[in-house]
Design a protein around this ligand. Structure first.
Ligand code: NAD
Length: 366
C-alpha cells in the first residue's frame, strides 16, 4: 500500500455483524470504506447511508463491486454458506480478506478458500475475536511456557442455557451449521489453538436438535433445521484426546469447565457464572515436591504508568490486526490454514453423527 494513501476497504454482506466491522473501521484514520455489497436490493445502500457514506457506491453482487471498486481489503460478513464464494472472488481479484466465522460451511469450500489465498498471495484471516481476549492470551502463554508438561487431554465446556439466536443462524440453507458453526467453532479454536492445533485423526460424535424443534423452547420450531447441541470425542495426533461439547439450549447452567490436562499441570477455565454474573475464573494446578498447588490466574490487565490498567477490546483488536496485516502484507492474524483443522473437525462431527459411528477426519490436500 502507498504510505500516503488510506487503506481501501469494502464490506460484503451488510446484515447484523457488518455494523460491528464498520464501527471500528470508521475510527481508523488510515482506513477508507470504498464500497459495500448485499444481495438484498437496497440493503447495502441503506447501510452506507446510515454512516453518512452517501457517495460511497453500493452493490448487490460481490463481483460487480470488485469490477467497479479498487480495494486493498474486504470484510466478508455474509451468512456462512456464501463465505467461500465471496472470499474466493475477492482473493482472486487480489484483495486481502477478513472472513467472519465459521470459515465456511463445507470442508471442500474451506480448502478452496485456503488455495485461493495461497495462489493470490493475499491474507485470508478468520474472525475469531476471542483469540484477542486477554485472559485467553494468558492461558495460551501459560501452556506455551511448558508449565503443563505434555498436554494429553483437552475439554471444551460452556454452552448456553437458552441461546438459540434465530435469524439466518437457524436456516440450514444460509447457515449450514447450527450451534456447531455458530459457537462450537469458537470452542474448538479456544481448546486447540492453545496447543497449536494438532492434526485431528478420528471423531465419534452426536449432533441433536431437541430444543430448536420444540415449540415450547423455540417459536419457529417448524422451520428449525440445524443442530442445537453436539458432543464429540476427537483423537488427535501426538496422543491428544479432545472432548468437545456445545449447546444453544439445555436444562443446566454449563456443560462444564474448559480443561487442558498435562503431565506437569493443568488449566481449568470455570465456565459457570455465579449469581453476580461474574466472568469465568482461570485456575492453574500443579504439584511441587508432592504438594498440590491450586493457583488462581489473576485478570491483570496491561498496565500503563500514566493511564493505569488498560482495558483490552478484543473486537477492536481483531479488526485492527487485520488492517495492520494488510498494511504489512501479512501474516494473517488468524491464518486460514489453521482454521482448516477446525472445519475438518466440524465436518467429521456431522458425518459421524449421521452415520452413527466413529469416522476418520479428512484433511484436504492443498
Ligand atoms: N464474530 C462474531 O462475534 C460474530 C457475531 C455474529 C455473526 N457472525 C458471523 O457473521 C456472519 C453474518 O452474520 P449476521 O448476523 O450479520 O447475518 P445476517 O443474516 O444479519 O447478514 C448477512 C448478510 O449477508 C447478505 N448476503 C448473503 N449472501 C450474500 C452474497 N453472496 N453477497 C452479498 N451479500 C450476501 C445477506 O443478504 C445479509 O444481509 C455469519 O457468518 C456469522 O456467523 C460473527
Amino acid at each position: 500500500m502507498d504510505e500516503h494513501k488510506k487503506l481501501r476497504i469494502g464490506i460484503v454482506g451488510t446484515g447484523g455483524i457488518a455494523h460491528a466491522h464498520m464501527a471500528p473501521y470508521r475510527t481508523y484514520g488510515d482506513v477508507e470504506i470504498v464500497g459495500a455489497c448485499d444481495s438484498v436490493p437496497g440493503k447495502a445502500r441503506a447501510f452506507l447511508d446510515k454512516y453518512g457514506l452517501t457517495d460511497t457506491p453500493a452493490f448487490e453482487d460481490v463481483r460487480m463491486m470488485i469490477s467497479h471498486v479498487a480495494m486493498d481489503g474486504a470484510s466478508v460478513c455474509t451468512y456462512n454458506t456464501t463465505h467461500a464464494d465471496c472470499a474466493i472472488a475477492l482473493l482472486e481479484a487480489g484483495v486481502h480478506v477478513l472472513c467472519e466465522k465459521p470459515m465456511s460451511f463445507t470442508l471442500p469450500e474451506a480448502a478452496d478458500m485456503v488455495r485461493a489465498s495461497r495462489k493470490a498471495g493475499k491474507i485470508l484471516t478468520i474472525g475469531f475475536q476471542p483469540r484477542f481476549d486477554y485472559m485467553r492470551k494468558k492461558v495460551d502463554a501459560i501452556i506455551e511456557s511448558g508449565a503443563l508438561g505434555k498436554v494429553y487431554y483437552v475439554q471444551s465446556g460452556g454452552g448456553r442455557r437458552r441461546g438459540i439466536p434465530g435469524g439466518t443462524f437457524v436456516n440450514k440453507e444460509k447457515a449450514g451449521f447450527g450451534c456447531l458453526g455458530d459457537i462450537g467453532c469458537y470452542s474448538i479454536d479456544e481448546c486447540l489453538h492453545a496447543i497449536h492445533y494438532p492434526k485431528p485423526l478420528t471423531v465419534s460424535a452426536i449432533a441433536t436438535d431437541y430444543f430448536g424443534r420444540n415449540p415450547k423452547y423455540w417459536p419457529e420450531a417448524d422451520s428449525f433445521d440445524v443442530d442445537d447441541f453436539s458432543v464429540a470425542l476427537v483423537r488427535m495426533e501426538g496422543d491428544v484426546t479432545f472432548l468437545f461439547k456445545q449447546s444453544w439450549a439445555m436444562h443446566v447452567d454449563t456443560l462444564g469447565d474448559t480443561l487442558w490436562l498435562g503431565t506437569e499441570g493443568a488449566i481449568k477455565v470455570c465456565n459457570a457464572v455465579d449469581e453476580h454474573n461474574k466472568p469465568s475464573r482461570v485456575m492453574f494446578y500443579t504439584d511441587v515436591n508432592g504438594s498440590h498447588i491450586d493457583a488462581a490466574v489473576l485478570p491483570t490487565l496491561p498496565f500503563d504508568p500514566a493511564m493505569g490498567e488498560m482495558p483490552v477490546d478484543m473486537w477492536d483488536a481483531k479488526m485492527r490486526s487485520f488492517v495492520d496485516a494488510v498494511i504489512a502484507n501479512g501474516p494473517a492474524p488468524v491464518p486460514c490454514e489453521e482454521i482448516l483443522y477446525n472445519q475438518a473437525i466440524c465436518d467429521g462431527i456431522y458425518r459421524s453423527s449421521q452415520l452413527g459411528k466413529e469416522v476418520e477426519i479428512v484433511i484436504p490436500n492443498l
